[in-house]
Design a protein around this ligand. Sequence first.
Ligand SMILES: O=CCCCC(=O)O
Length: 472
Amino acid sequence: MSIATTNPATGQVLKTYDPMSEEQIDAAIGRADDAFHQLRGTTVDQRAGWMYAAADLLDAERDEIARIMTTEMGKTYASAKAEVTKCATAARFYADHAAEFLADEPADAAAVNAGQAFVRHQPIGPVLAVMPWNFPLWQVLRFAAPALMAGNTGLLKHASNVPQTALLLEDVFRRAGFPEGAFTTLLVGSDAVDQILSDPRVRAATLTGSEGAGRSIAQIAGRELKKTVLELGGSDPFVVMPSADLDRAAEVATTARCQNNGQSCIAAKRFIVHTDVFDEFAEKFAANMAALRVGDPMDERTDVGPLATERGRDEINEQVRDAIDRGATVLVGGEQPTGDGWWYPPTVVTDLTPEMRMWREEVFGPVAGLYRVESYDEAIEVANGTSYGLGSNAWTRDPEEQRRFATDLDAGNVFINGMTTSFPELPFGGVKNSGYGRELSAMGMREFCNTKTVWVGGDGGGAIGTAGAHAE
Ligand SMILES: O=CCCCC(=O)O
């Protein structure tokens, strides 16, 4: 895939970029390594100053950044602006909390026959970030903010269809004051990832993307013995039980499915509804989906814009056609429009069976699968009956069921009576084929730190580590 900005609303190619040469990549890794040595000599307060400045730039330039994101991948302008604001908030969160997250943690010295013992969190070096186009700023920022605050440097290989967003983030960090090379966008195709990750100066990798991309990065990283964090796909369940507030559940279900034009790893995709409330929920949900306004993503009244890529649009059309051919029922939508741009209408499909692609595959567009179940146990069986385990949602006002869902749903995130989303304060990641490792919170920052045990014998010397005192 060439590196280009192509407007998904029209299919028009607006700007193309030449991929970097091997020599240019090598030089960029060298700058990231130099910047790492520089950053190690800075204090958390210095880095926080730059991170606050980056947050201020994001706020000040929000509308223009959002316009570029919408032009590159079709998300609505309103949601693009919200994404920029969320990035500024997360940047400030890490600037506020890095000293606390990186502080030495005292251990029980006597229990380990030491005069002193503690745990120190130190940066490891340049980290490669392979990121997707769906939240083109947020996915990168949630890696970059904790990484830079810890004293690591970032090398970004962004999706080939969002080069302008990738370059502007590099520019924001540079203008905010971070040293040259602290955060670099590499304009490269995925064929360059092996060279980059094999370079001894690159210490680790984080990837948000498809299961296939995750396997490929993990293979290279395994060969090179490098740490990875993988956030892959999801086929999130949205379970509705008889005690649920059905109006609210149907409203949130619509947002949960169609957010970001249906292209989110944590979008609810499989709606698993107890038979006692199935018909009522299905009617309300289908009505909400049918009422969504599809159109120009720059228009503030639009709910659903185009799909980001032609291939992505064709894929969901094929998944829906496959279900229909095998006997599924379409309640709303289901017809791919003709004309320019990569559009697909909000769609609800029911009567799904295991041999259909929609039953077992992630559907990355505004298409909901509706499943009828007879009991709590069957709801759990269908919800967990997927190779993925990223987010999950359960709707019930019964406290006992709430407790059981929190334990029984096999996913990295469980949201009860709400929609799965991410917060800087909470860890984010998955289980099973949705990946491993966690982003965000203190955990996300420490994924790319050396958690160093320091043990000092009891025969003299002063205290060298104190809780809260050290933050490199
Ligand atoms: O594709 C993954 C989407 C993550 C969105 C979020 O963090 O809210």
